[in-house]
Design a protein around this ligand. Structure first.
Ligand SMILES: Nc1ncnc2c1ncn2[C@@H]1O[C@H](COP(=O)(O)OP(=O)(O)OP(=O)(O)O)[C@@H](O)[C@H]1O
Ligand SMILES: [Mg+2]
Length: 431
């Protein structure tokens, strides 16, 4: 049976001739629908009547998110660009289109690329009703130090509901890494509303991450643009602020956020991402692959990160939530092996030696070792919050700060006492 193909190459002078040529000759390809725009294309893809799509780079509203949704619907994509337009080709590749041809390639070659794209399958291979369908096709998770391209490490700080201390840990890790001489970028990707700007005393109305994601979706995000969108807290520490209002979550499109992280790897040796807590998807939406998913960005960050920290609290309720969250993570992203960080450890809420009791509980019920215990340190945490500064500034000798410093050193792969001069600087200066 001939391959059923959608085309969406509107605006191009050669579209009609190409579609005619593809259809006429026996290339084993049938054009089942000529789509007028991205919405039309996604609707067609959802009908399941096509296996591949031929798209031109100049199609309005085409971005990585649309490509990811086509992949999730089982539609393989081949891109067409004006001959010699390297920028357009690069843009399509950044969106996840693996096969990009010049428009003058000829129907036979284009038909072959379509067949190969289908044979290669969609990048993720995820089931349509699977929450992971919202994810772009990102590389498998690697552990610290296993990066192949020499770029920076991305650490996702995640954990269950109940405010176990994700933001405290993320801010502390980025700050301590920078103090250890490792260029750090802190990214607030909490889809339930970001607070990193407030925690650091930044008066920020315009979310840097959303702006970066917009540029990534438009194919115009590069290192310079990312630098300009990040606040420079001090040399060596940058912050991409998050959504000031939780209802703006659709601005954090998963594929665009992943592209921002890829650019962040070029900018900083260590990127620390403060993530939202939930991995759940909205059941109403779960059968609508084209609907944006609130937790899509969280899933995408967890999948794209080199290291995922699961931050849990140290009382029985928080532990129960942590155990459940670890189970959810295993179900949704089985390839991700998180490091477990238990925060706010203190005597009282659990009997006996809290570290031993908590360690045994997590081992027994989640099958996980605790990688790091951080002490409860209310005085230090409050002092930091009250002044909009970091623990290193307001409570440099506090045990919580010491714990975060040691963890930052471990994640960055430097000795905890080392200090190198940092070298990069950013566009927006915190004052
Ligand atoms: N180790 C600690 N000792 C004492 N207080 C802590 C500690 N860690 C975090 N806190 C405090 O707990 C509260 C919640 O912390 P934080 O905002 O970091 O949690 P979160 O997991 O990011 O929460 P949310 O779900 O709101 O994003 C804050 O008041 C913070 O100062
Ligand atoms: Mg938080």
């Amino acid at each position: 049976m001939a391959l059923q193909v959608f085309t969406a190459v509107t605006g191009a002078a050669w579209e009609s001739a190409l579609v005619g040529a593809l259809d006429r000759a026996d290339h084993g390809v049938t054009v089942v629908r000529r789509c007028v725009d991205v919405g039309d294309l996604l609707a067609a893809a959802a009908t399941g009547t096509g296996q591949a799509a031929l798209l031109s780079a100049d199609l309005r509203r085409l971005d990585g998110d649309a490509v990811a949704r086509l992949a999730a619907a089982g539609v393989a994509v081949v891109g067409l660009v004006e001959p010699g337009d390297e920028r357009a080709a690069g843009r399509m590749q950044a969106w996840g289109v693996r096969r990009v041809l010049p428009a003058d390639a000829g129907p036979e070659e284009i038909a072959r690329a379509l067949r190969e794209a289908v044979a290669g399958g969609p990048p993720s291979g995820h089931d349509v009703a699977d929450p992971r369908a919202a994810l772009p096709g990102s590389p498998p998770v690697e552990s610290v130090g296993e990066r192949t391209d020499g770029a920076g490490t991305v650490v996702a700080v995640w954990g269950p509901t109940g405010a176990p201390g994700r933001t405290t840990v993320a801010v502390g890790l980025a700050d301590e890494a920078a103090r250890l001489g490792v260029e750090a970028l802190l990214v607030d990707a909490d889809v339930y509303g970001g607070v990193v700007a407030q925690v650091l005393g930044l008066l920020d109305e315009s979310p840097g991450l959303a702006a970066a994601a917009r540029r990534a979706a438009a194919g115009t995000l590069d290192e310079t643009a990312l630098r300009q969108l990040a606040w420079e807290i001090r040399p060596g520490l940058g912050v991409l602020t998050g959504l000031a209002r939780a209802d703006r979550w659709p601005e954090l499109r998963p594929s665009a956020v992943v592209q921002v992280l890829e650019e962040a790897r070029r900018l900083a040796a260590l990127t620390v991402v403060d993530c939202g807590f939930s991995l759940e998807e909205d059941e109403e939406l779960s059968f609508d692959t084209a609907a944006p998913r609130r937790n899509g960005a969280t899933l995408a960050v967890l999948e794209a990160a080199d290291v995922v920290l699961c931050v849990g609290g140290a009382d029985p309720v928080a532990l129960q939530r942590c155990i459940r969250a670890l189970g959810d993570l295993r179900d949704v992203l089985p390839g991700v092996e998180p490091l477990v960080v238990v925060n706010q450890v203190r005597r009282g809420p659990v009997p006996g030696d809290p570290q031993r009791e908590i360690g045994e509980a997590l081992q027994r019920f989640a099958g996980r070792e605790v990688d790091c215990f951080l002490p409860a340190d209310r005085r230090a945490a409050d002092a930091a919050l009250a002044s909009g500064r970091t623990l290193a500034e307001v409570a440099p000798t506090s045990p919580l700060r010491e714990g975060l410093r040691a963890l930052a050193a471990q994640l960055a792969g430097v000795p905890a006492g080392a200090s190198r001069r940092t070298r990069w600087s950013l566009g927006r200066t915190a004052g």
